[in-house]
Design a protein around this ligand. Structure first.
Ligand SMILES: [Zn+2]
Ligand SMILES: [Zn+2]
Length: 184
């Protein structure tokens, strides 16, 4: 059932549908996605904010983007151009997927971005993909393998603290790291 999807997932699908068919009425979309017109109205209000679609009388039209929101398929950091292979940070917003080489660039790239649906970073020790919001970060350690200041992600704070005992740097949570990177 489409109705059981999370709002963001339905909006993703809605956006993809509009990208393909360019225009629709509220009734069309309600029938297509198996939800009420009111729900479609709410979803569209969110999507309009992203600039991807525009409301017209009785419906909605897809807005062609001046700069196409192409996902970064070449695997390079959108911020600095370095190959994002060792510890990629991925930002999924309602109309684009952005890849950064590391948490340093990823956190900086978040500045001014709206409608972020998911944030993933890479655990430095175990090379696992983890939620960036629940990760712990070591900022400014002597282990400098990507951007400066070095920002390394850890699944849990305990690992981050042990790492920091050996290699220096400051242990931060997501909010603190974000604040440090964006107002440096
Ligand atoms: Zn980068
Ligand atoms: Zn980097």
């Amino acid at each position: 059932m489409t109705d059981t999807l999370f709002p963001n997932a339905r909006r993703d699908n809605l956006l993809e549908w509009l990208r393909q068919y360019k225009r629709a009425t509220i009734d069309d979309l309600a029938a297509q996605f198996g939800v009420s017109g009111m729900t479609i109205h709410r979803d569209l209000a969110e999507l309009v904010k992203t600039g991807a679609v525009q409301k017209v009388h009785g419906g909605v039209v897809w807005v062609e983007q001046a700069t196409p929101p192409a996902p970064s398929t070449d695997g390079r950091c959108e911020m600095c151009g370095v190959a994002a292979v060792r510890m990629p940070f991925t930002i999924r917003a309602s109309q684009q997927v952005l890849t950064a080489c590391c948490a340093h660039c990823g956190l900086m790239m978040l500045h001014g971005l709206e409608d972020v649906a998911s944030l993933l970073t890479t655990d430095f020790l175990y090379n696992r993909t983890v939620s960036a919001k629940s990760a712990a970060y070591v900022v400014g350690s002597s282990v400098q393998i990507c951007c400066a200041p070095s920002v390394l992600s850890f699944t849990c704070r305990e690992d981050a603290e042990r790492f920091s005992h050996g290699f220096g740097g400051t242990v931060m949570d997501y909010e603190q790291a974000l604040d440090t990177l964006q107002h440096h």
